[in-house]
Design a protein around this ligand. Structure first.
Ligand code: TYD
Ligand code: MG
Length: 456
């Protein structure tokens, strides 16, 4: 007789343990392992690595790769250019996407807008919500610039019911808000538990592949990491988008961290208005909007966000530290990278930040993940220390090594073209960056030369 079986799964990495453990043996996270009870009835397929097929497989079609049709992927534009861009050109039918982000960031708003645009393009869209009633969704829809009246809505948390409704109304796109609020009959655990989230995602993925319906799922991510998590879903879905941004600022950054049908790390920028989200076609201008070129401690660099160059401002403030150990606060960059740059400036360029509190931040909640931004961070630090603004028309581009050497970065042409478009005239960086049209290269081979160039 079939009996209820349990596995113990880590909420962080999804690793399965035969019994409960205080610490995950795979990823080392504490208190992340939770019991997951499998339903007593023998299901069609178990989730996870231990899954066994209950029935022998049917006949399979194996082909040589050369015989596989090379038709171009069909895509449905979602009608919001910034969103389509992050997706790699639109939604692929039969694909499943995850839109993750903190509560209140605007996930439901964005997907409802996309749904409304899809309906406008002649598609059938079902918006199923386990978070809000149809009335609440209507209230949101009434605020939007788009006409969402043709979007079909369903307030439901039972996944099998949602899928049946999707088939019944013959929808092209299913929007499910959110994966943490639905449950499937296959598992006994509560909605939102790791097991439910994973099993629901697997079920949705199979549904998308079988029916050709595009599925977009909302996943909540909390500040401290995640609530039964989008991270564990990332390897299941075709496309994983993350939505970020300071809730207090009205712009939002959307980024693909995984995309089976396009490139990753593409950045889409939106501003949250009274009437929904509006794409920002020119993020560099927005990010530099608040910049005051006559204030010290500011430097501009060009980052490659996916395939697109984006200009951002780095701000630094060095101030006498009142007591004890000076503070080092880095927002938008790795504190360790800041420590390295401070040490290099001290030892290789004779600029000491001892006894000074140092604060560094990046405009618009953007994160500096590439070393090419080093030179801008160093320039902002030196500018704050010497209380001399960096030149208003100067862009800083370069990686700094431990010996203080300035190294070239990749994608220079596109970065400099973007800077030129926004009125920058000089590019401080490695001499090897020379040659871009419109910008004068101010060659620096060592941070020492940066100090001289800024003092000039
Ligand atoms: P929401 O889409 O509900 O966020 P999420 O689904 O990620 O939790 O958006 C929540 C916030 O957005 C809420 O504070 C209200 C605000 N908002 C606007 O500013 N303008 C609008 O047009 C709408 C619909 C919401
Ligand atoms: Mg929501």
């Amino acid at each position: 007789m079939a009996r209820a079986r349990s596995v113990y799964r880590c909420a962080e990495c999804g690793h399965e343990h035969p019994k409960w453990a205080g610490r995950c043996e795979a990823c080392g996270a504490w208190n992340s392992v939770a019991e997951e009870r499998l339903a007593a009835t023998p299901g069609p397929k178990r989730s996870g690595a231990g899954g066994r097929r209950a029935v022998p497989g049917g006949p399979a079609t194996v082909r040589a790769l050369g015989d596989v049709g090379g038709e171009r992927l069909l895509r449905w534009p979602l009608g919001i250019p910034e969103l389509d861009f992050v997706f790699g050109g639109g939604l692929v039918p039969g694909s499943m996407s995850l839109v993750g982000g903190e509560p209140g960031i605007g996930k439901s708003t964005l997907l409802l807008q996309a749904g409304a645009r899809m309906v406008g393009g002649g598609h059938r869209v079902l918006y199923a919500s386990g978070e809000e009633s149809a009335e609440q969704i209507r209230l949101r829809a009434d605020r939007l610039a788009e006409d969402a009246s043709g979007v079909l809505v369903l307030g439901e948390t039972h996944l099998e019911t949602v899928l049946a409704a999707t088939r019944e109304v013959n929808a092209d796109l299913l929007i499910l808000d959110s994966i943490q609020t639905v449950f499937t009959d296959t598992l006994e655990s509560a909605p939102g538990s790791v097991g439910q989230v994973r099993e629901s995602a697997a079920l949705l993925m199979r549904f998308a592949k079988e029916t050709g319906v595009g599925v977009m799922v909302v996943g909540h991510v909390t500040k401290g990491g995640m609530q039964a998590g989008p991270k564990t879903l990332e390897h299941i879905v075709d496309t994983a988008l993350y939505y970020e941004g300071e809730p207090s600022l009205n712009y939002r950054l959307l980024r693909a961290t995984k995309n089976r049908f396009g490139s990753v790390d593409e950045l889409g920028v939106f501003s949250m208005t009274e009437r929904g989200l509006v794409g920002v076609p020119n993020p560099s201008a927005l990010f530099l909007e608040a910049r005051s070129a006559s204030t010290s401690g500011s430097a501009v660099t060009a980052l490659m966000e996916g395939t697109r160059p984006v200009l951002v401002e780095v701000q630094a403030l060095a101030a006498p530290s009142g007591y004890g150990t000076p503070q080092r606060v880095a927002t938008g960059l790795d504190p360790k990278r800041l420590a390295v740059l401070l040490a290099v400036l001290e030892r290789r360029a004779g600029h000491s930040f001892a006894n000074l509190d140092v604060f560094v931040q990046v405009s618009a909640g953007v994160k500096l993940t590439e070393p090419g931004a080093d030179l801008a961070v160093a320039a902002a630090l030196v500018s704050s220390l010497t209380n001399r603004p960096t030149p208003a028309d100067a862009l800083f581009l370069g990686e700094i090594g431990l010996a203080g050497e300035v190294r070239p970065v990749g994608g220079v042409d596109r970065r400099l073209a973007e800077a030129g478009r926004l009125g920058f005239r000089r590019a401080f960086g490695s001499g090897r960056h020379a040659g871009a049209a419109g910008l004068t290269n101010v060659a620096l081979d060592h941070v020492d030369e940066l100090i001289h160039a800024l003092a000039a």
